[in-house]
Design a protein around this ligand. Structure first.
Ligand code: FRU
Length: 469
């Protein structure tokens, strides 16, 4: 099948919102129809955060990748836009992940993406570019801007993807996911003075890059250079790297002269079951905002299995900071405006924003309104925060435990939506992202040895499925 942009947009306009709304998030982004995975090209452009995403409109499972597109002005309500890229060039069987840069003070939006080409005999990945002056309609440059000939010795020719362009003064730096011929994950660094001709500069290695480094994201924050990498099959450690793939951060110093990254600390970004491929951008007010795919590879996808017409979601946008040599995450501003005070005493809506103090042995359970056994819970045991998702009737997951110990009490903020739970422990020192699917409209929240500081219901307007552009 050949894919065109027109065909995907015709399909989107007729099918957007023709989905089962039972588990539809109210204030988290999810595609209007079809499958999504990684966020792409996350950027602030003309007063809004734009999120593109790996998209297959025609089914609820992964397929030839397009770039879907949406934007938000308050982190809660997303506006769906036309598909930005379709795999419509001769050297593309998919437009894989990549990033964006905003040029000329908002005059132009430039996307970099991977031209993934696959036949029965070969796979080839090169980096392409597309530009737009209105942020909705993009024109591609036909030829790759970084090709296979630009790869250094000893690097795998097939797996070379997910370019992350950043402007560093007058120079472009591009971080690209890769692996060595021996199968160790790598990030390759390229640079360019004119944004057209790219030169290979160096490679960044880490024992935590697993079998392939994907979706790099580089930025400077609070005096540190930070590189996010999503890595395939990282070797499991105690309370770390439990997923099929893992997202991690490196903190340290990047030298733009040599393109070396001196790592001072690295760790997993999120401890939960459903978090991968995060990307960041600056929100124009100095905040560094991160969103990730709130799912993981290698799962049986509940919404696909039950034919809900769409699959995948993003985390709630998180504001990052570096404190005491660690990366902290906090819900970005936005939800406050939709809050209405409530408490745990009765059945509640699934859309909650609450803060609790967990004492040692304490636990908060969220269960189906009419069935206490169908539940997900989190608590503090042996000084560690845990999430137990093993007793959910639909799509049970296991138990995850924090890497850090918190003593006899820890304060935890929770953002819950119709089918997700995001836990920010100790002011966001660690987070857990989880999906859940309770068969009741309301849920019951119970707390033992846990004091609720505040609890709000979030009343976000109904989603509008109009496709803009
Ligand atoms: C990460 C990833 C990327 C790739 C994309 C394909 O989740 O595997 O490396 O570009 O998804 O959809």
């Amino acid at each position: 099948m050949e894919y065109t942009l027109k065909q995907s947009n015709d399909y989107l306009i007729t099918h957007a919102g023709r989905i089962n709304m039972q588990y539809r998030p109210r204030y988290h982004f999810a595609p209007p129809v079809g499958w999504m995975n990684d966020p792409n090209g996350v950027c602030y452009f003309r007063g809004a955060m734009h999120v593109f995403y790996q998209y297959y409109p025609y089914d609820t499972c992964w397929g030839p990748m397009h770039w879907g597109h949406a934007y938000t002005q308050d982190n809660c309500v997303f506006h769906h836009c036309k598909v930005a890229l379709a795999p419509d060039c001769a050297d593309e069987s998919g437009c894989f992940s990549g990033g964006a840069i905003v040029k000329d003070d908002g005059g132009e939006l430039v996307l970099m993406y991977t031209k993934h080409y696959e036949t029965a005999e070969t796979t080839r990945e090169t980096q392409g570019m597309a530009c737009s002056s209105d942020g909705v309609h993009f024109s591609k440059r036909e030829a790759p801007v970084i090709g296979t000939a630009d790869l250094p010795e000893g690097v795998c020719k097939q797996d070379f993807r997910d370019p992350n362009p950043v402007l560093n003064g007058g120079e472009y730096l591009i971080f690209v996911g890769s692996k060595s011929e021996a199968g160790e994950g790598l990030i390759l660094v390229y640079s360019s003075r004119d944004g057209k001709n790219f030169r290979y500069r160096n490679k960044i290695c880490s024992p935590y890059f697993g079998e392939m480094g994907e979706c790099p994201d580089f930025f400077t924050l609070d005096g540190k250079d930070v590189l996010l990498v999503s890595a395939v099959r990282v070797k499991e450690e105690e309370n770390r790297f439990k997923g099929c793939n893992s997202s991690l951060y490196l903190l340290g110093k990047f030298d733009p002269e040599t393109c070396e990254f001196r790592v001072e600390h690295s760790d997993e970004i999120d401890c939960g079951h459903d978090f991968y491929a995060p990307q960041t951008c600056s929100d124009g007010e100095g905040r560094r905002i991160m969103v990730a795919w709130m799912e993981m590879w290698g799962k049986e996808y509940f919404l696909h299995k039950f034919r809900h017409g769409y699959n995948g979601a993003l985390t709630y946008p998180r504001a990052l900071s570096v404190r005491n040599g660690l990366l902290y995450q906090a819900p970005a501003p936005g939800v406050e405006k939709y809050r209405r005070r409530t408490d745990f005493s009765q059945e509640t809506s699934k859309c909650l924003d609450f803060t609790v103090h967990l004492a040692e042995g304490g636990c908060v359970g969220i269960s189906r309104a009419d069935c206490a056994e169908d539940r997900i819970c989190f608590g503090l045991r042996g000084g560690r925060v845990y999430v137990d998702a093993s007793r959910m009737k639909n799509a049970p997951q296991g138990v995850r435990v924090s890497k850090y110990a918190y003593g006899r009490e820890v304060r935890v903020r929770v953002l819950m939506d119709v089918s997700s739970l995001e836990i920010f422990a100790d002011d966001g020192k660690e987070t857990f992202s989880e999906r859940h699917y309770f068969d009741s409209e309301k849920v019951r929240v119970t707390a033992e040895n846990a004091r609720c500081e505040e609890c709000y219901e979030l009343d976000v307007p109904q989603e509008d499925f109009t496709i803009l552009g």
